[in-house]
Design a protein around this ligand. Structure first.
Ligand code: SF4
Length: 346
């Protein structure tokens, strides 16, 4: 089907449904693709796109950044670049580095471990969802194999199922969910079966504009036929059972724990921590999640669909990708950042 035909078909289905739809995309890469392709404008009056809690940088509490900043005077912190500019309560990792903090950007924790020496005191800032967790599990395995004794993991890894359940139970009612294709490569279609009990149309989607359109078509068809089984429009990559090897690595080294999500709060089972038998490789990064910096940033409301980025009083005026005031503007996959770059139709 041609793109224009697909768009026509989706709109036609929505007209048959008889009301505009609220559709949440969980993954930040989908957020970017939706804005980049101008879909909020294409479907204005038909679909209200809401960004969910699937960007790991956006949901990270500033207390975690504060702990890394503190530790960077004694340990070398290895982090993904996205985390560098996330504001802590007093400074970001980037500012801490400018003040002498030992902070290095890594592209892959597995590669980083290859180059470590035995006496280096290193902390890996382990942030991400099930997509990233296997890489940290493999890094931990390599640390053990190399006999490195001064390497720790500051685990802030998240799972996707519990925050999504929390969103569907406690926040705005949505008509459809575009499920994250990357996480689905690991946990499979089976890993999202829990969504079916919420009676919401859902589909695992690829990331190109055409993939998103196919997913929107699937959602509208499912609403019309009241079919709430999880669909897979990313079959070229996602299998029913997911990636068994990657899941095996997660299970070998991590177990579920509570985790804080900006906008959703503390979610039991929403995170991963290193299993007790490997605890010598874990460093305590606990922080008081109830303490939040007094700020006008409204990331929490953006992440739960209460407001659009342009409704935040700081958006574009003082908060930009160059001078971000909140995590949703820092991350390339954050909705404020995507809106700033591509959402100029408003
Ligand atoms: Fe926070 Fe900036 Fe987004 Fe406002 S525009 S919610 S300050 S990140």
């Amino acid at each position: 089907m041609q793109t224009a035909e697909l768009i026509w078909e989706i709109k036609n289905n929505i007209e048959k449904i008889g009301r505009s739809l609220k559709i949440i995309e969980v993954c930040g890469t989908h957020t970017v693709s939706i804005y980049k392709n101008g879909f909020p404008a294409v479907f204005e009056g038909y679909i209200d796109f809401i960004s969910g809690p699937g960007c790991p940088v956006c949901v990270t509490h500033e207390g975690y950044i504060d702990r890394l900043v503190e530790l960077s005077s004694e340990w070398t912190i290895y982090t993904f670049g996205d985390l560098l500019k996330v504001p802590g309560s007093s400074k970001s990792l980037s500012q801490a580095r400018a003040n002498g903090g030992k902070i290095k950007v890594m592209y892959s924790p597995v590669d980083a471990v290859e180059h470590l020496e035995n006496n280096e005191k290193v902390i890996f800032a382990a942030v991400g969802f099930e997509t990233t967790a296997p890489a940290f599990a493999l890094s931990l395995e390599k640390v053990i194999e190399k006999g490195l004794k001064n390497v720790k993991f500051a685990c802030e890894l998240k799972t996707i199922d519990e925050p999504l359940k929390s969103f569907l139970q406690n926040h705005i009612r949505v008509d459809g969910i575009i499920l994250p294709g990357h996480v689905a490569t690991v946990i499979g279609v089976d890993g999202f079966k829990f969504v079916e009990r919420f009676k919401v149309a859902s589909v695992i989607s690829g990331f190109e504009g055409y993939d998103i359109l196919l997913s929107l078509l699937s959602i509208t068809q499912d609403i019309l036929s009241e079919d709430f089984t999880v669909k897979n429009e990313y079959k070229r990559v996602v299998k029913k059972e997911g990636n068994v090897i990657a899941k095996g690595y997660i299970e070998k080294y991590f177990e579920r724990t509570s985790a804080f999500f900006r906008g959703l709060g503390l979610i039991p089972g929403g995170g991963l921590k290193i299993k007790d038998e490997f605890s010598e490789y874990s460093i305590d990064i606990s922080y008081d999640h109830t303490k939040q910096k007094d700020s006008l940033c409204r990331c929490a409301d953006v992440l739960t669909g209460k407001i659009k980025p342009f409704e935040c009083p700081l958006f574009e005026k003082v908060c930009t990708p160059i001078s971000p005031k909140g995590a949703c503007m820092v991350s390339q996959e954050g909705s404020c950042n995507a809106y700033f770059r591509y959402g100029k139709w408003k």
